[in-house]
Design a protein around this ligand. Structure first.
Ligand code: ADP
Ligand code: MG
Length: 509
């Protein structure tokens, strides 16, 4: 069976007409890229366009999908334990401070707040663990396995749009927009709906509630700290609306660069939000949800670091705290995933749980002077072996990695003292798949690569010390995201202009 099937002109028109209208009607949308709609054509910023989407749900191995969802709670526990273990994190950060200014700044900000004393012992994580299906290219009859690309602890995006794209594909099936030749594969039982928008909002609401009543008789709110401008705004809006409509919690959007103008700290470090549209009604902030602040580009002025520190030292619950943000460094992932690493069992004492998590690790190496590091330097510098690897700095948000044959010349230009800022990861090799992507009104067909993201919510209380004390108050798996890109691109970011949002059609075997 051919998947996706060829469509006649009439079939394609019917599918696309429905896809485009459903998307805008339901907010499966983005602000248009300036390369697509010139700002001069939309001076007041009223236009939105269909988010890049696949026409069909991509085929995804059922066993891999179910395993990814099933182990999310273990991943929540793992990363919450890491974030609570300041001493262990310090040992990781120490390897980076001399070669990575951004990590150094985050650490200094944490230390400055620690000096004054943290006043909030609750932390919230809205996590997303990203995977690809791996199949050994030399053994095509080996069963597919799920391998982790990365673990996100800050600004995990697309939870809002993901719920909608799975609903879109279900709708297209319901109205017979998919030809009957594939009806044995695409059927309601196999299409997985993602509950991510509701579930992530519920996570924010759980923190909001755990914060307790106002100390100052002000109304309570959640603040979304955002980039400005933000093209992926509707993704975030879906969470804001679900927070209000399903949980009765008020939230505000605060551009990160305006933090110090619109918030203040009371003497007891209660965080107060002063809405610029109505300054006489001040709100007490229960939870700060960062959808900005993960990239050095978010800190053009020294004052932006003052703002991060101001939020960090407040009484509001941070999603994430700086330690949780740092736990998401690629270096942490590498330390856990370097072959024979002893670290995983420190955080996941139950060996059965640890084994399932371990099975999702692809080998990752440091580029330092350790034994594994020296071996990896050899692999990375040689063009023949480098073609099986990707080189990653400690950055988020896409567009930062160096792939395969580009690694040796890149390292040649980089002073060796800076090599330890990077990790070297084996490329995951997904089995070949096809789909069609609608992006900026253009249809692209061909080979694709899919990346599954599984969301997790974790709310915990810090133990206030070195050894991962404290307790987890809430932990759940919170739906999924499927992102799909053309197989000619190594990068997968939807917002960065590489991929599309997609949903899973589960297949056996
Ligand atoms: P970022 O923090 O920028 O999102 P990622 O680690 O997620 O960094 O890498 C960006 C993209 O690069 C991924 O979405 C994926 O498409 C690709 N990629 C990263 N690591 C691997 C890998 N080990 N194998 C195959 N592709 C990878
Ligand atoms: Mg990523």
């Amino acid at each position: 069976m051919e998947y996706p099937p060829e469509l006649s002109k009439e079939e394609e028109k019917f599918l696309l007409d429905n896809l485009k209208d459903w998307s805008i009607a339901h907010g499966l949308a983005v602000r248009p890229a300036p390369t697509f709609v010139q700002p001069s054509q939309d001076p007041s910023g009223v236009l939105a366009s269909t988010a890049p989407v696949t026409l069909f749900p991509s085929l995804f191995p059922r066993s891999c999908f179910e395993e990814g969802l099933a182990i999310q709670k273990a991943y929540n526990e793992l990363y919450s334990a890491i974030a609570r273990d300041e001493k262990w994190l310090q040992s990781i950060v120490e390897e980076l401070v001399d070669v990575d200014d951004f990590v150094a700044k985050l650490w200094q900000t944490h230390l400055a707040v620690k000096d004054e004393g943290y006043v909030q012992d609750l932390s919230l994580g809205l996590f997303r663990s990203d995977y690809m299906v791996h199949q050994d290219p030399n053994k095509s009859d080996s069963p597919p396995g799920l391998k982790q690309v990365e673990f996100n602890t800050i600004a995990s995006s697309f939870g809002g749009l993901s719920s909608h794209v799975s609903a879109l594909h279900k709708f297209l099936l319901t109205i017979d927009a998919y030809p009957s030749s594939i009806s044995s594969v695409i059927k309601a039982d196999n299409l997985r709906q993602s509950k991510s928008a509701s579930s992530l909002a519920k996570g924010l609401a759980a923190a909001h509630k755990a914060y307790g009543p106002s100390r100052t008789s002000r109304p309570l709110c959640v603040v979304f700290v955002v980039q400005d401008p933000e093209r992926n705004v509707f993704d975030q809006r879906h969470l804001e609306y679900a927070l209000l409509e399903e949980n009765g919690v008020r939230s505000f959007r605060l551009p990160f660069g305006e933090t110090l103008s619109h918030t203040k700290l009371d003497a007891d470090r209660t965080l107060v939000y002063i809405p610029p549209n109505s300054p006489s009604t001040q709100y007490e902030v229960t939870t700060v949800y960062f959808r900005a602040g993960y990239s050095p580009d978010d800190y053009p002025k020294e004052q932006d670091w003052t703002a991060r520190q101001h939020l960090e030292k407040s009484r509001a619950i941070k999603c994430p705290s700086i330690l949780t943000h740092l736990a998401g460094c690629k270096k942490v992932q590498q330390v856990l995933a370097t072959p024979h690493s002893p670290h995983l069992k420190r955080f996941l004492p139950e060996s059965e749980v640890a084994a399932r998590v371990l099975a999702t690790f692809a080998p990752i190496y440091p580029l330092d002077s350790s034994e594994a590091g020296r071996e990896a330097r050899g692999l990375a510098a040689d063009p023949a072996s480098a073609s099986r690897y990707v080189l990653k700095p400690q950055r988020e948000g896409g567009g930062n990695n160096i792939y395969r044959k580009a690694i040796p010349p890149f390292l040649e230009k980089l002073p060796e003292t800076h090599w330890p800022a990077y990790i070297l990861m084996e490329m995951i090799e997904p089995p070949p798949l096809k789909n069609a992507i609608l992006r900026n009104g253009e249809l692209q067909r061909g080979g694709v690569i899919c990346e599954l993201g599984v969301y997790g919510i974790c709310l915990w209380r810090d133990g206030g010390g070195a050894e991962q004390k404290g307790e987890i108050l809430e932990s759940w798996e919170a739906g999924y995201l499927l992102r799909t890109k053309g197989d000619q691109s190594e990068e997968g970011g939807v917002a960065a202009g590489f991929g599309a949002v997609d949903s899973c059609c589960l297949v056996d075997g």
